[in-house]
Ligand binder design. Structure first.
Ligand SMILES: C[C@@](CO)(OP(=O)(O)O)[C@H](O)COP(=O)(O)OP(=O)(O)OC[C@H]1O[C@@H](n2ccc(N)nc2=O)[C@H](O)[C@@H]1O
Ligand SMILES: Nc1ncnc2c1ncn2[C@@H]1O[C@H](COP(=O)(O)OP(=O)(O)O)[C@@H](O)[C@H]1O
Length: 283
């Protein structure tokens, strides 16, 4: 018989930055962005089991990420500290999203833990508070808690919903690690793209300002963009390394993956209009 202490599975979907402009810099050195964030149905699975003794444990830590620094554990501890909740949780993560790929995997895992525990620990925290708390874990966490396609500004905390078309994406993962701090500190980075008032959905008038510097340091990213550009307009997401292009049917996207050379890695993903756990917090 099912009870509240069984394992339960929750999806943590990825995001793509349809464009990413750097429009300025804050006095603390952080860069001000404008971006449209799009949820896609490529996802990690977070399994949670509630306990009554207050312990928070990660049962299958990721290679290279000690349990205590994993964003899922940090998210659970943050919520427990904030609310004084006496319950704990055991955590398992089934990782599918490329780590350090610019698809927001770590941030999405953290957001899913916060949304799921909001329900399982019966916290009834408003979405706005969860978003504020989430920002302290990472710039992309508020977006995943917001839970729908958004025009994102500031360093990731200002959000306006935006209707994006339903499309199928091909996402390629060049097997290189891009250092986000290194990209943001590169003298060649464009930091003065003029701010736009409303989000543009046409790729003709937008770009990813981080792409030039990322490709300069990692030619593999340029090679992946060039290969995918044979089929459709292709660009990098976030600080890389993943690159993507959109297609109007799953067949078209699958055909591209069929042609993929053996030395490249890629996925097909569909746009998501809402986060699967959107109902777990109220505005
Ligand atoms: C650019 C985005 C777009 O989604 O890239 P992805 O992480 O998705 O790839 C994010 O905002 C990335 O934010 P976040 O993931 O928190 O960046 P971190 O790795 O913590 O940032 C590392 C370092 O990059 C610089 N940094 C980061 C974000 C920002 N808006 N301005 C910055 O100048 C800071 O020096 C910071 O210490
Ligand atoms: N649950 C998690 N999943 C992925 N990465 C995590 C997690 N917790 C902490 N991290 C750390 O965050 C870093 C960035 O991860 P990720 O979110 O996948 O990248 P990106 O922001 O480029 O999409 C990883 O290299 C890892 O050290």
């Amino acid at each position: 018989m099912s009870n509240s202490h069984d394992w339960q599975d929750f999806p943590a979907p990825a995001k793509l930055n349809l464009f990413l402009h750097i429009v300025g810099r804050r006095s603390d050195g952080y860069h001000l962005l404008q971006s449209v964030f799009q949820l896609i149905d490529l996802a990690d699975t977070i399994s949670l089991r509630i306990n009554e003794d207050g312990a928070i444990q990660h049962l299958n830590p990721l290679p290279g990420v000690p349990a205590e620094s994993d964003l899922t554990v940090r998210a659970a501890r943050l919520l427990q500290k904030e609310t004084g909740c006496s319950k704990g949780v055991d955590i398992r993560v089934e990782k599918r999203l490329p780590m350090g790929g610019g698809v927001g995997g770590g941030s999405s895992d953290a957001a899913t833990v916060m949304l799921a525990l909001n329900r399982l620990w019966q916290l009834n925290m408003p979405r706005s508070r969860l978003m504020e708390l989430g920002l302290s874990l990472g710039a992309d966490v508020p977006f995943f808690i917001f839970g729908e396609s958004a025009f994102v500004e500031g360093i990731g905390e200002i959000m306006t919903p935006v209707a994006t078309p339903d499309v199928d994406f091909v996402v390629l993962h060049p097997q290189v690690h891009v250092s986000t701090p290194q990209i943001f500190s590169d003298p060649d980075l464009t930091r003065n793209t003029p701010p736009i008032k409303v989000p543009h959905l046409s790729s003709a008038t937008t770009q990813n300002d981080l792409e030039y510097v990322a490709c300069k340091n990692h030619p593999e990213i340029r090679e992946n963009i060039t290969w995918l550009s044979q089929y459709a307009n292709a660009r990098m997401t976030g600080s890389g390394s993943c690159v993507f292009a959109s297609f109007s049917s799953p067949n078209e996207a699958n055909r591209v993956i069929y042609d993929l050379p053996k030395n490249m890695t890629g996925y097909v993903a569909r746009s998501l209009s809402k986060h699967p756990l959107h109902e777990f917090a109220e505005f």
